[in-house]
Design a protein around this ligand. Sequence first.
Ligand code: AVI
Length: 323
Amino acid sequence: MIVQLENEIQNQIAEQNQTAINEVLSGLLQRQKELPCKYFYDKRGAELFDEICELPEYYLTRTELEIMKKYAGEMADCIGPRAAVIEYGSGSAVKTQILLQALDKPSLYVPMDISAEYLEYSVRKLSRHFPHLQILPVQGDFTDYLNLAPYTRWASKKIIYFPGSTIGNFRPAAAKRLLRQMFTQCGPGGGVLIGVDLLKEKRILEAAYNDSRGVTAEFNLNLLQHLNDVYGSDFNSQAFRHRAVFNSRQSRVEMYLVSLYAQTVAIWDRLVFFKPNESILTECSYKYSITSFKRLAQQSGFTAQAVWADANHSFSIHFLNRP
Ligand code: AVI
């Protein structure tokens, strides 16, 4: 019986791995080569991302924090008492602390993250600060729908907290699908508190993704090392360079890895060819106006109830309500 179960689990893992390899390969076989940006976040990638958040050029994190600090009371008034807070991609949960502090008797906190290390760290930190708060960590991909109803029975409502403008890393159709998923997950009377980076001057946007210390370049190139570690590919990260540009037509910053010369890379049992200067699109970071994001939220069924921004209108936090 045990042997059978082990085989079953191994088959499942092999199946998941094969799906992931197929996803990587099909991206690299397109005319514009692409890799999914979720592969940025291995242990080194998560460390580099934390470093990015501290960079002077990367205004997003500190601006969102500033908005949270200033308006957490108003956000808590919108949310109301005894809410269950579900956080998508909780990471190191710095902003969460501000939100939980402001909320009136939150009944449950559910951090969701792929990284077990991040989860352990945030649970330890938050249970120290909020000893009476029930915390239910979920390790996994927040894009996979999870029915949390059995755990949130005692809550007055479910609130999904999604800071960081990670919604910007989804193409519009996928962003709408994710918002629809949140709509289902938060249930009637529930809501979403979501951070959204705003459209601004090309110069500022490009500097944020081309920092002078080269941390974003290292973060981008680390993706290749991650693929080598997990799937045994033989990318040479020194044979690629980082490039980030603002595409105004699509209102998004695009990050690329550009091949320095003609080369062949082995992935699983396939060979992928690169011409000199041929690029892989590794990330899109969409920038919205307040109006265009409200429109997206409304198309997903929500009422855009409130929005907060900094004085320069660099970043916004929306409260979306499910009637
Ligand atoms: C996680 N996400 C919102 C970041 C962004 O700005 O799109 C990821 C990132 N890529 C480069 N720098 C930061």
